[in-house]
Design a protein around this ligand. Sequence first.
Ligand code: AMP
Length: 285
Amino acid sequence: MKVIRTVADMGEEALAIIRSSKSYGFVPTMGALHEGHVSLIRRAANENDIVAVSIFVNPTQFNENDDFEKYPRNIEADLALAEEAGADIVFNPEPEDMFSDKRDTLVMPNKLTNHLCGLSRGKGHFIGVCTVVSKLFNIIRPEKAYFGQKDAQQALIIQRMVHDLNFPVKIEICPIIREDDGLALSSRNVRIPENMRHEALSLSRALTHGKALIEDGATNAPEVINAMCEKVIEAGDVEIDYIDIVSTETLEDVAEIDDLVLLAGAIKVGGVRLIDNMLAAPAGK
Ligand code: AMP
C-alpha cells in the first residue's frame, strides 16, 4: 500500500491509474478508522482494481474549533486497518497543502442543507464538506466513490452535487455498521464517557422504536417523533439536537407517513455529538 502525503504526488498517481485503464474506487474518511470505514473499503476493494482512501480531518467542516481539535486521530492504526481492508493507496495530506491562504472558492449546496444537521451545525458545515469532497474528487479522480448511510444527509447532498455539477464519478451508498448493542459505529464513540453508554444507546433505541411504530401502522409523524424523543429523554443525561422524520428525497418534514421515510436524530452525550438514522416504511410499502 502506498501512502501519499502531497496533492502533487496524488495527482501524478491518479493520472497513472487512469492511463492504466484499471477500475478505480475511492473512500473519503477523516480517519480514526473503525469497522464502518472498513466495510466501505472492503466493498470498494471487491468492486475495483485500485482503491484509494483519503484520511483528512477537514478543518473547513467544523464550526467549533474545539470539536476539530478534539477529533480523534490515529494515523498509524489507520494505515494498518486500511491496508488490511484492501486499500492500495492512502492519501493523507496536510491541511496547508489542501487549503491555501488565498483560497476563494466554495461549493455550496442549497435546499438540502435547510434540514437536520444543516440546521444544527449551520450551513457552513455542508459547504465545507462539498468543497473538500469536490477537491478530493478532482485530485484523486476516481470512477466510483463510497459513502456511508450513517451520514444520510451528507450522502444525499454529495449525490445531488455530483449530479448538479456533472462530476464523472458514481456514488455508492453503503449500510450503517453497528455494535452488537445497536450503537452506530463512529470515530467519536471513543470520546463517549464509559459510564454513559446507556445514554449513547438511547438514539438507536429511539429510532428502532419509531421504525416499529411506523411498521405497525402509525402514520402521524409528530406523534412518532414524540415517542422517539421520550425514549431518549428516559435515558437521562442526554441533550437532543434533533429527532425528525423526513422525506428521503428532499429531507423536508413529513406530516403523514404513507411511504418510505427517513428517521434521523442527533444527540449530545457527555459533550459528544452522535448522529444516527433509519429508513422506515408502512407495511406493504
Ligand atoms: P468520517 O470519517 O466520519 O467522515 O466517515 C467516512 C465515511 O465513512 C463516511 O461516508 C461515513 O458515512 C462512513 N461511515 C462512518 N461511520 C459509519 C458506519 N458506522 N457505517 C457505515 N459507514 C460509516
